[in-house]
Write a protein that binds this ligand. Sequence first.
Ligand code: ATP
Ligand code: MG
Length: 419
Amino acid sequence: MSFAPPKGVPDYVPPRSGRLLAVRDAMVAPLRLAGYGYLELPAFEETALFSRGVGETTDVVSKEMFTFTDRGERSLTLRPEGTVGAVRAVLAAGLERGALPVKLWYAGPMFRYEQPQSGRQRQFTQVGAEAMGTDDPALDAELVALADQAYRALGLTSLVLHLATLGDPEDRAGYSERLRQWLTPRVGGLDAETDRRIEKNPLRVLDDKRPEVRTATAGAPLLTDGIGTAAKAHHDAVRQHLTDLGVPFVDDPRLVRGLDYYRRTTFEFVHPLLGAQSTVGAGGRYDGLSQVIGGPPLPGVGWALGVDRTLLALEAEAVVAATPPSTAVFFVPLGATAKARAVALVGELRRGGTSADLAYGDRGMKGAMKAADRSGATHAVVLGDRDLEAGVAQVKDLRDGSQTAVTLDTLVDHLEAQR
Ligand code: ATP
Ligand code: MG
């Protein structure tokens, strides 16, 4: 019998899993320096939280949710994203009544029932950051800058930051109507899905990546032309802060985000080498979301960065993300007495903070030295029975091949001093 993971669910094994972890860590590092606290979110929540919070007309809710009924007949859904859960958790803990803004980060798997392809999976990992409690445009800029910092630290050079504003809800409502009227004679009747979008949420038509739809909608009216004074001032401030922060961006008035809760600022980090799945991270402001899920008014802004897609971007740019720390010292015991001694010495080194390993499986010299080379260790310690009798070990520097006999009493100190 053999099992494979479910469709669209990836396995990551070493060495690639180490690179995935390095991407995740690099995304979190700037957040720690900026006062963001850790949020551990439930992996599944009440279905209604997502359908209400993310929005019934979104692709995520209408066709991508992993929903199931538990043994108590409750409808539950594997989290497709983290923002709605983050707002719910903040409200549940009453954090909105404390010091503001509340700044949080989370990381972990998200689940969406999508057609699997390169960069599009049914389980994928996001690192997310959310800041709630103020509509200060400097906070929008802070978040964008922190994502930019993470991508730079990873060594990505071809990413382009697209920035837009969706205005306030009233701007969006007026624009939706204008857009509906513009779209109907042009792409109405194209297919059932497009008709549904024109009727329910015309902005989504502009998010259609099909070339024929892109061409047909190229001259569509832009939301930016009709946004109110407050939203306009907010957007101008975000742009100015980003410029002051040295974060390059392009204005993209056609940027449409898939989730309904966005207001004002929206942005996407796009990588040109990734084909159709080119957005590696995205976010925006969601000032109305708290009320949509039954909370008090609570402005917020945040992003989610795709860890899997960012790894693909690094691979496309041939940037090798920092690999996990390799073993520093590798023991090659030859014989039973030597092995017992090696096991104890490895334990001692590890307790002292030096990474160490040994050739398990009682292999001969040749096989064990091969294992030492593969481990990436800088030093191999060869322990033979004759050496043991003489009270020494042979320490081989694997980088230059030089070898020194070191007395066993001083071996740990000697190895620690090599680091
Ligand atoms: P797309 O337009 O590609 O479907 P989205 O707008 O649905 O993206 P968001 O909800 O904004 O994506 O999620 C933020 C990030 O999470 C994306 O930019 C992407 O990097 C990643 N992501 C989203 N869906 C998937 C998926 N199915 N597989 C892998 N990564 C994903
Ligand atoms: Mg999507």
